[in-house]
Design a binder for this molecule. Sequence first.
Ligand code: AMP
Ligand code: ZN
Length: 482
Amino acid sequence: MPIRVHDTLSRTLKPLSPRAPGTPYRMYCCGPTVYAPAHIGNLRTFLIQDILRRALQADGTEVLHVRNITDVDDKTIQRSLSAGASLHAFTTRWTQKFHADCATLNLLPPHIEPSAVAHIPLQIAMIQKLVANGHAYTTPDGSVYFKISTCPHYGQLSHLDPATLRTQATNSAGATNQADEYEREHITDFALWKARKPADGPNHWPSPWGQGRPGWHIECSAMSTHYLGNTFDLHGGGEDLCFPHHENEIAQAECATGQHGFAAHWFHSMHLLVDGKKMSKSTGNYHTLDDLLARGATPMAVRYALIAGHYRSQLNFTFNNLAAATAALVKIEKATEKLLAQNSLTRADFSPMTTPEKTTAWGAFQPAWDTLRDDLNIPGALGKIFTILPLVTNPGRTPAQARADLSGLANILYVLGINLFTTNATPDTTIPDSIARLGERRWHAKQSRDFATADILRNELAQLGWQSIDHKDGYTLTPVGT
Ligand code: AMP
Ligand code: ZN
């Protein structure tokens, strides 16, 4: 049974399997608009997509993950001009910052990350097709618009009422719509190509219709079909993108290629709220990754806090949740230490136990994996990890069981992208039982002047990452390097 997640188009849970057997699972996710640091809501959406990809891979499905960079639109142009920087220098800076944030949060890089600016000829070619087959028209200023009335399926993804589709060419004031975004109640034909305006500064490109720049929606239709084919497996983004962006992507792509079923599955994740409200700079409830790190959070605690809600529910971020995430990680780390000690292993042995691609090695953590596979239930899987941990850290399990459980834990944490022991912020000073026993035996060997045995035991301790510091009347065990 393949992994199932919700599909916005059919409004059902649908299995995720590649359309064409033997080919990779082709997923396209709308990427960041690079004019400022990503906020934690953006990052949550990318983290959910990252876990979807990891889960598919663990399930044995090869994935081809494309995520674009929006580096030409109203915001990037306006902000670069106000900063006195070229569009290229400005968006490169914010793309690099985005990559750094993703690396800090342990996101897998997409296999292909196309930039909109680098694909302008591809976008022009798609617009030309739309003009040629009657789905788009030019206006006297040299802009090109998509004619919604020519697209019978327009509105299917966002379940629009066809009655609202009556006034389409212009808005209620009789003007063409120059904005890339609009409300469901104010649908108008939208721009595919925007004629050059003085406000765009030096940011204009040649086209068959004169100098200008692409509208926002066309980049994703052009680049997704270019890299993944006219029809592919899954398209993802935050809930705000469903209308109009994804609706427009379907219209553009299907009318240009003449093929239905642009994306077989539409995967939307609900928004992150902060203190119960939409994030906004003016109310001060707007956070970036750097803001949270500056307050002392670890990257893994931020990752944990941002993934801890189901993708189909809005997640309310608070500093209490962040503290709870930190505490949850410490709990998992402590239990893992116990499990490692039962196997006479150290922290360093843990992550190499992971099988990053296809695996069936879940040990006692099988229920956590089963929960995750069913509608990507991340909070459910985390809950299962916490119920299973006390069972597997009970003494009395055979070495083979303990080893299998450790691998299972390493695997499920890999799918969630959680790296343990990445910080010294919460050092665990608990001495595992096995280490305490070794320390005791070494001390007695030394007291009975069996120095050869004492040396062997000292080496064994060192290999497990521990050292014994001897005093006149006893000894202290400490992790090596502290
Ligand atoms: P943008 O950089 O605005 O193009 O957005 C990048 C991604 O973040 C898109 O998939 C958006 O849908 C998503 N997004 C925007 N705001 C939020 C939010 N508050 N919570 C979750 N995802 C969001
Ligand atoms: Zn897009």
